[in-house]
Design a protein around this ligand. Sequence first.
Ligand SMILES: Cc1ncc(COP(=O)(O)O)c(C=O)c1O
Length: 425
Amino acid sequence: MADPRAARNRFSHTHPQTRSVSEGFDPALSVGVVRSPIYPVSTYCFESAEQAAYWFEVALGKTAAPAGARPELIYARLNHPNGEMFEDALRAVEKGARAAAVFSSGMAAITTTVLTLVKPGQTLLYQRPVYGGTDHFFRHMLPEWNVKAVAVPEGGWDDALSTHAAELALVYIETPANPTLHMIDLQNVHEKMKRRGAQKAWLVVDNTFLGPVFQSPLLHGADLSVYSATKFLGGHSDLVAGAVTAKDVELLAKIKATRAFLGAICEPFTAWLLQRSMATLWLRMIKQSKNAVKLIQVLKTHPAVKKVYHPSLFVGEQARVAEKQCNAPGSMIAFELEGGQPAAFRFLNALTLVKLAVSLGGVESLACHPRTTTASEMSEEDLAAGGVTEGLVRLSVGVEYWRDIAADLQRALDAAIAVPTNEGT
Ligand SMILES: Cc1ncc(COP(=O)(O)O)c(C=O)c1O
């Protein structure tokens, strides 16, 4: 039987936008179907008992895989055709990537990566804010495994790297950061790591907010890009998944081995949905980013809004980083309302088109109040350091006609400044 997994790198000469539609699957290998079939299968037949024994040795790292060959399919907790097809498509569009791995969630991708690369007694450095789940894992779970997670203050990389160089295993950066969109110059951190004797530590970047379309961390010194694929990669708010891409095939193979033992791979249907979504990734992200730039004008000029955070508005150092590192500003916006949490809640409760929900990157516009939802477990100190204020609202801009989103925002902002009678008494 023809192996649908043989279809690799057939379009390496084309633009990533083209590869996102065509890479990962060859119709000629599956009865001519234009899109890939789903393989909802848990286990795979071997040609002989000798083959089974051989491929188990390869899977357990006792025997090296034949050069250039893929490990045989064994069992769907290790890998499966739909996972591999999505991985091929993602690897083909992430600049600098030579390998990719799919996971059951963004948190599964992050925790599996960190647990593979950091050992008890070692240290991880990160910069605030990071997504609330990541923050919880770093501050509450890693110390239980005798791993120190140290938050680096703004401008403190030189000191932190010098202090921790000896036991440093990993530097973790989320840029732009959730929810304030604060950006970090990856090349700069990478160079500081080399200068301060921390060149052996891995640089891992959460690229969820800009995705492979607008930012390529592997070209700016990162070893790994991690994703909540639940967001832009999936793009339709209908799945939960994660992904990691790497320059180094062997490094990713180690992470995949941990994935197999933790059981953190996503199942075939989700991988199939992800691969389906890759074909519209460029269309969606470009349209969403253009929508966001138009909506900034509404937010900037409304008296209810104190401050707007979006890369298109950055000045000074943040503008320099955005210009150097990103192709477009993206569709995540944060803004602070005059009147703190009560005003933010009035705004959110008055929205009709934009849905009041956590998560982001889907085709529909979503808004939430990070301080009481996605960032609610952060410490007061981290909230203050990360700029996650009481009046902060996070908006994920969808693909709707922008004037409709603008009208909804305008109405809800008007409601945010109108103090209800029971609050005034
Ligand atoms: C930047 C970022 N990274 C990671 C995650 C975790 O992803 P998941 O919810 O898919 O586990 C999220 C979730 O919101 C996120 O926003």
